[in-house]
Every structure is written in C-alpha cells, then in structure tokens.
Design a protein around this ligand. Structure first.
Ligand code: ADP
Ligand code: NA
Length: 330
C-alpha cells in the first residue's frame, strides 16, 4: 500500500530548532515519516521575501538541514531538500499567481501581521505572494497531508482554493490537500519570561534553549531559569509558570507524567528540579548536537545528500509542472 504523501517546509535559520520547535513539531514529524511518504523542504525561496545576507543564507540553509537530519529526519527514508534546487517551485508559483485574486491575497492575515509595524509600502511583492509560493510547494507533490501550526491554517485553505479553482478551470490536475493541524502538544515558555512562548524571535537570549547550544550553556540557561516565589515544586501554570514550564520540559523529555513528577519532587526544592531538567535536556540534545556538528563539518557530503534528495523531489515536481504547463496552453 502506498503511504499518504506529506509535505512540510521549514525556514532556514542559524538556530533552526529551539526546544519548543523540537517538542511541538519535530517529534511529530519524526513519527509521521514512518506512516507517510514525507517530503521536507528548507524553504530558502521564502527566506528572501525579506532582505537577506547571501553568505548567511547559504550557511543557514545547511545548518537547518543538518539540524533536522540530526534530530531524526532521515534523508534516506524521507525526502529532505532545498527549495531553490527544484526550479518547479517558482515556475508553478507564477502560474498560481495568475489565478490568485488580488483581493484574496490581500486577506492573508500573516502578511498583515508581518507588515503591521513598517507598513506595506516597505514590503516586497514577494512577501505579498508568499502564500502562493507555499501553495506551489504543496501542490507540486500531490501532498494530501500538510502538518502545520494553527497560524498556517489560512494559507492551507488558500492552497485548497487554488487547487480547486485550477482543477475546475483547466481539468483535474492537482490533489486537493487536507488541512491537518499539528496535534496540540505541550507549549514551552521562555525560561526568562515564562509568560511568553519560547520563540525564535524571542527577546531574551538566555530564555531560549537551542538544539546546538553547548551542553554547559544549556545547563546554565536552565539553572538560571526564572522560578517563582515559594519553594514547593508543584505543577501550577497560573501560580507558578516558571516551575511548571520546567516540569513540562522534564515530562516531555523523560516521558514521566506531570503527576509522577510532582510526587517525585514532593519535599524537594527548585535546585533539585533544575539540575534534573538540565541533565535530561543535555542527555536528549547531546547526541543530536554532535551529529549536526559532524554533518556541518563535511559540507561536501551534506551537499551531496541534499542534491540527491533534490533530484528525487524534482522527479515528482517536474511531472506535475509538465501537467500544469500543458493544461494552461504552454
Ligand atoms: P517560532 O515561534 O520559534 O518562530 P514557529 O512559529 O516557526 O516557531 O513554529 C514552528 C513549529 O514549532 C510549530 O509547529 C509550533 O507549534 C512549534 N512551536 C514553536 N514554538 C513552540 C513552543 N514554544 N512550544 C511548543 N511548540 C512550539
Ligand atoms: Na512564530
């Protein structure tokens, strides 16, 4: 039986994964690649919709791929490739741009959010049509499953609308994907500011645990986490957000339930908890970090793996694009 095709993209960034991404997304992807024919794409074309430094982009693209491979995305089983290596992405995006309404694109709330501060005058047209490129990413692969966070729901709805519109105008060409929102997982909060979600764009560097942090740095960040008044270790997200965040991390990383942990720390202090969280996170990330650094140490080999995967992706994508070009009269 063929497995359902899954597509997911990730932005290239120097520190691609913090412990929130790892728990909220990567662990699910790692599972999904056993039940799905999974395609993972480092979306460097999307990255240039805001100004980029070319050398930094190139390095970030490799770092992102290396981190995902090290964290368990298997490039022999799944297809993990770089978007700009497969020319069909911008080619299909152009065709889809021509069937996207200007008003329809203007209703994308992410564009509104991203331009809220600086205004639309300074934004690139690429940023405006970002969701159309995203639709091309998915439709090229006949993906049925696109696991995304809730914030991406509107873009997947647009993808469905464009697929259906194209199909009804030119004849059935695209598979219409399902909207599949990643299952709710534990939310991880900033260690220095446990009222806000840990985020790549967070403003307290010491509050973010990166997969590639040195073990000593990880341990220090956890030891210095903001805790709450009082001294009892209890899971109480309202009253004790800092301690609760640490318990959540420990629970996910060790597999122990929050109840079991609460019992285990009965009568013990914050210091014990922090030490155990630090040990558990370091143990979880150390082999991943080591593997990622190995991969980055041999960029020629990493590039070879990514090129092979891009060839596999292009085989599927080019066939879809050929269908589309034929349908539109090229
Ligand atoms: P960031 O907020 O760091 O930019 P993204 O918005 O790119 O992260 O999210 C990528 C994935 O990681 C999403 O599936 C999201 O649900 C998950 N994720 C991001 N931050 C957290 C967090 N703090 N806790 C749990 N999951 C998270
Ligand atoms: Na975000």
């Amino acid at each position: 039986m063929t497995k359902p095709r899954l597509f997911s993209g990730m932005q290239p960034s120097a520190n691609s994964l913090h412990i929130g991404n790892y728990i909220g997304a990567l662990l699910q992807w790692r599972e999904l690649q056993t039940t799905h024919d999974a395609i993972f794409c480092v979306v460097d074309l999307h990255a240039i919709t805001v100004p980029q430094d070319p050398a930094a982009l190139r390095a970030q693209t490799r770092r992102t791929a290396a981190q995902y491979i090290a964290a368990g995305i298997d490039p022999a089983r799944s297809t993990l490739f770089v978007q700009s290596h497969v020319a069909a992405h911008p080619q299909l995006a152009w065709v889809l741009n021509t069937i996207t309404g200007f008003g329809e694109a203007s209703r994308m709330t992410q564009f509104k959010d991203k331009t809220a501060k600086q205004g639309t005058e300074a934004a690139s047209v690429g940023l405006f049509t970002y969701p159309v490129l995203q639709a091309a990413d998915v439709l090229l692969y006949d993906a049925v499953v696109v696991p995304v966070g809730e914030d991406q729901r509107q873009h997947i709805e647009l993808t469905r609308d464009l697929a259906q519109r194209f199909n009804s105008r030119f004849g059935t060409t695209f598979v219409v994907p399902e909207v599949s929102i990643l299952k709710e997982t534990a939310k991880i909060y900033d260690l220095q500011n446990p009222a806000s979600k840990m985020s790549k764009s967070g403003e307290t560097p010491a509050g973010i645990i990166w997969l590639l942090d040195e073990p000593a740095v990880t341990a220090k960040k956890i030891r210095s986490a903001v805790t709450d008044t009082g001294r009892e270790v209890v899971y109480d997200p309202e009253g004790k957000p800092g301690v609760s965040n640490l318990l959540t991390i420990l629970s996910v990383v060790t597999g122990a339930s929050l109840d079991a942990l609460a019992a285990q720390y009965d009568g013990r202090g914050y210091g014990d908890l922090k030490k155990d969280v630090a040990d558990a996170v370091v143990a979880e990330f150390e082999p991943i970090r080591t593997r990622a650094l190995e991969l980055l140490d041999d960029p020629a080999e990493l590039d070879r793996v990514l090129a092979g995967n891009a060839d596999r992706a292009a085989e599927i994508a080019d066939a879809t694009l050929a269908r589309v070009y034929d349908r539109v009269g090229f």
